[in-house]
Design a protein. Sequence first.
Length: 374
Amino acid sequence: MKPVSVSKGFVEQFVLGEGELRFAVKDTLDVAGFPTRAGCRALENAPAAERHASVVATLLGKNCVLTGKTTLHELAFGVTGINAWSGTPLNTHFPDVIPGGSSSGSAAVVASGEVDFSLGTDTGGSVRMPAACCGVIGLKPGYDVLSRKGVMPAESSLDCVGVFTRDAAVLRQAMTRLGVPVDEPLSALPTLSFLSVATPEIDACLRAFLEQHSVQPRDAELPLFADAHRAGLAIISHENWLALNPLLASGQVSADVASRIRSGADVSPEALEAAEHIRRDFSAQLDALLAQTPLLALATLPELPPTLSEAQDPLSVVNLTRLVRPFNLSGHPALSLPVGELHGRPVALQLVAAKGHDGLLVQAAEWLTSRRRH
């Protein structure tokens, strides 16, 4: 993992045994014997972890081979994946486009074919967004489906460990090895609702993709969708302030990330209470929709991902998470699936399922991708 590795000492070439899968992990997950640096100079001299994160230990006991740790947007607090200190991963198939944050390296090594799958974390879209930017599958399970023990930050009401793969068959293998059941492949896709919330060009591309698969979705509305995005921003800002502000004293957190960490100190108790009310009401609203149609479809990103040069302008990236963050707030499982390109940039479909139905997203990805090949 030369362009994105943050830890030395992993063997780069393996002779895999039957059924073995190669995987890499984002450097917010502990790997025994290696420091967890989270792409931040302030953690350059962090001590080596004493034990593996729970999900890492599980995979190592399930015929999986760990090949390395991957870099990320500093402290997992950003959407571009650009990191001047630990390096910006190459987006192999779209080299001028940002790799996406925060799990940039984990998406990039899957896209490049260096591993079979990888682990990232998703607090406000940090698996689904880089998956969309790099043209791979990214699954954010429901909240607390996969253990966060040994994952930075230790406490979060939004963050989930997620999985990147190039194909749905490997996603099935990875999830089952992580203890998440996936039923037999679907013979037909269940009823699906569609939320038109991206640019008209992207929404038209997604609808055309579904129509090519003879899928006729119902139009849907979620009146609290925009409010859920804003509520998620308030909560992540507050929780990241609690988790990360001790690092600011080092003076080694980049100015941009440090500024956003400090802003969390200004989130009032009243704002947090209001955000929790939105969490409850939006979750109920989404539950009601998913009781009518088992799947919700919408764009992963509201617009085409920016290039590396465009992303230097903060205004170009400020709203990129508005279609993914609401499902961190509600805790529902969500998956990003690549569907094509527009103007040389990737387009991805996001699928959302009811809580406890993570396996349905894997099945849906299998169904859609298998039919696309025929």
